[in-house]
Ligand binder design. Structure first.
Ligand code: C5J
Length: 222
């Protein structure tokens, strides 16, 4: 068993042998200019800043033999898995499916939907394409984790209060212990990130724990 003494709101004991890392949506469409995040009016530089920390967490997990699962928020080219309520909401500069500088926005197979090269999946690592905010919705993630015998999930990626928090809540309801690497996740809105971290660990870790990447990697290696 590993012990994360500095985890909040209280120390977390977990077994690295039944742990997986889920890296949420570190895609060009969210972290590079010209993608979906920018089309919504966001400053993407905040998200770019966590790439080295996410890379360190991924490297630490790989070195410890912890499976790394990557997710990508994207849709089928015919948009049949994109509800009009999602595509038509608001007034973004570019909507999902529109052509942009990195191909069609948030469409599977387009350059913008790819994970940033620094964090690319290794051959054999699971990559989940998800049409929703949560990585369990309309994906085989539950079955994959059952096959791995996973009990604890470590989370990283973007954005903290949208796809990361949604997936953590889904995982919590499915019985996983959930740990968020607080310096390997980011939001376009710093106040929303801070609030999400508080919400996750409030009320006795009602959704899960948070801890810093260096301490998580240290714990993974015993
Ligand atoms: C958003 C995400 N923010 N990956 N997606 O639309 O958080």
């Amino acid at each position: 068993m590993a012990e994360l003494a500095g985890a909040l709101p209280f120390p977390l004991r977990f077994d690295p042998a039944s742990t997986a890392l889920i890296v949420i949506d570190m895609q060009r469409d969210f972290v590079e200019p010209g993608g979906f995040g920018a089309a919504l009016g966001n400053d993407v530089t905040l998200l770019q800043a966590i790439i080295p920390t996410v890379a360190a967490l991924i490297a630490g997990a790989r070195a410890a033999g912890v499976p790394v699962i990557h997710t990508r928020e994207c849709h089928l080219p015919d948009l049949s898995d994109c509800p009009p309520a999602k595509r038509l909401r608001g007034a973004p500069a570019l909507r999902i499916g529109d052509p942009g500088p990195m191909g069609r926005i948030l469409i599977a197979g387009e350059p913008g939907a790819e994970i940033v090269p620094e964090l690319a999946a290794l051959p054999g690592e699971v990559v989940i394409d998800k049409p929703g905010k949560g990585a369990f919705y309309a994906t085989p993630l539950s079955e994959i984790l059952a096959g791995l015998g996973t009990k604890t999930l470590i989370f990283a990626g973007v954005t903290t209060e949208v796809c990361v928090q949604t997936t953590m809540r889904e995982a919590n309801d499915r019985g996983f212990d959930c740990l968020l690497a607080e310096d390997a996740t980011e939001s376009y809105f710093p106040a929303f990130k801070a609030a999400a971290l508080e919400m996750i660990r409030a009320q006795g870790a009602i959704v899960g724990w948070t801890a810093r990447t260096a301490e998580i990697v240290e714990a993974l290696h015993g």
